[in-house]
Write a protein that binds this ligand. Structure first.
Ligand SMILES: Nc1ncnc2c1ncn2[C@@H]1O[C@H](COP(=O)(O)OP(=O)(O)O)[C@@H](O)[C@H]1O
Ligand SMILES: [Mg+2]
Length: 345
């Protein structure tokens, strides 16, 4: 089921700030779309407007060709999973998953419900836990039950709001993988809210980056990471640091030294050069001088934060090989090898 948001505006207080300030989003049928953005950027509000839990002040929601804007939540055919999904504590796992089917007006037969529940529990790998109560499960298992429960009624759209937000890193990774596998198996159109860029990039077919109630960019993980539409996207989707530069005649300069960054058709004047850690490297000679302010280890490699000598005390983040012999406080030289220009400011 294709889902479209057209010109969605939402204010919680009349005359107040817009939580959504004109959002247009097209989620393709069968797609797994991540809504990514900092806290307060409007992710949950957009999801709730799609669900029908919140009415927009302006704009329309389309499900396929159908205008769903005024269809109430119960008849919109959406499945939800929230960060803290209240499972029915007094019911078994199987009864929780069956719940949506048992309250249907066109209630399936007991045998049909049992078969569907068994199928869903296999899908979320909880077939051995059907008789347990939610209180006897781990947090990750509970979210799997919530997912199975949301899928039970075969919703037109699956909506997940930070469903793994309260779980620890290892469990999150496992669930991410499961969700991707379940999505591949069911082909369910899915909108997934997260503030975690790794989660969005790893899971989604496309990522929609929100900022202050507006969409900054929509694209594949590769697209938004490698070709960010704004400095905000570049900083939010992956690591980066920036330096103020001057462009003149297509040449980019930092403190008069030309940098190997192409700037064709870029207007003369100040600009901001944003660099990924691997756009900067330690150099033997020449280049910029600075001092290692901090060393960090991340899963992907090591990072050195280097404070440049001279005015401004600029900090840049350098990707360094795991075995590089470098110490905090050491004087180093840096060569800038690439980066992307954005307007100054
Ligand atoms: N029920 C509400 N009443 C008033 N303001 C709200 C309400 N829900 C959200 N907001 C405001 O709308 C903006 C977007 O919030 P939200 O959609 O929850 O962001 P996110 O999910 O990205 O953190 C925020 O400024 C938030 O304070
Ligand atoms: Mg939220």
């Amino acid at each position: 089921m294709q889902v479209q948001a057209l010109g969605i505006v939402k204010r919680f207080a009349s005359g107040g700030p817009a939580a959504l300030a004109g959002v247009d989003l097209d989620v393709r049928s069968g797609e797994l779309m991540a809504l990514l953005g900092p806290s307060g950027s409007g992710k949950t509000t957009l999801l709730r407007v799609v669900a029908g839990l919140e009415a927009a002040d302006e704009g329309r929601i389309l499900f396929g060709d159908e205008d769903a804007t005024t269809i109430p939540v119960r008849r919109r055919g959406v499945g939800f999973v929230f960060q803290h999904y209240a499972l029915f504590r007094h019911m078994s796992v199987a009864d929780n998953v069956a719940f949506g089917l048992t309250v249907r007006r066109d209630r399936p037969s007991r045998a049909a419900i049992d078969a569907r529940v068994a199928e869903l529990l296999r899908l979320v790998q909880l077939q051995d836990f059907a008789g347990r109560r939610p209180g006897q499960l781990s947090g990750g298992q509970r979210q799997r039950v919530a997912l199975a429960r949301a899928l039970a009624v075969d919703p037109r759209v699956l909506l997940l709001d930070e469903p793994f937000g309260a779980l620890d890193a290892r469990v999150r990774r496992d669930l991410r993988r499961s969700l991707r596998e379940i999505h591949d198996a069911t082909g369910q159109t899915t909108i997934f809210v997260t503030h975690d860029q790794d989660e969005a990039l790893e899971l989604a077919d496309r990522v929609c980056i929100l900022r202050d109630g507006r969409i900054e960019q929509v694209g594949t993980p590769d697209h938004v990471h490698d070709d960010p539409a704004s400095a905000f996207v570049m900083a939010f989707v992956g690591e980066s640091s920036s330096l103020p530069v001057i462009v003149s005649g297509g040449t980019v300069r930092f403190r008069d030294a030309p940098l190997p960054v192409p700037a064709p058709a870029w207007p003369d004047g100040p600009a901001a050069l944003h660099m990924r850690p691997w756009d900067i490297a330690f150099a033997e000679e020449g280049g910029l001088t600075g001092t290692v302010a901090m060393l960090r280890r991340s899963a992907g490699g090591r990072r050195a934060e280097v404070r440049l000598d001279g005015e401004g005390g600029h900090l840049v983040e350098v990707g360094i090989p795991v075995g590089a012999g470098v110490a905090r406080g050491e004087a180093v030289r840096l060569a800038i090898r690439g980066g992307r220009l954005f307007p100054a400011g």
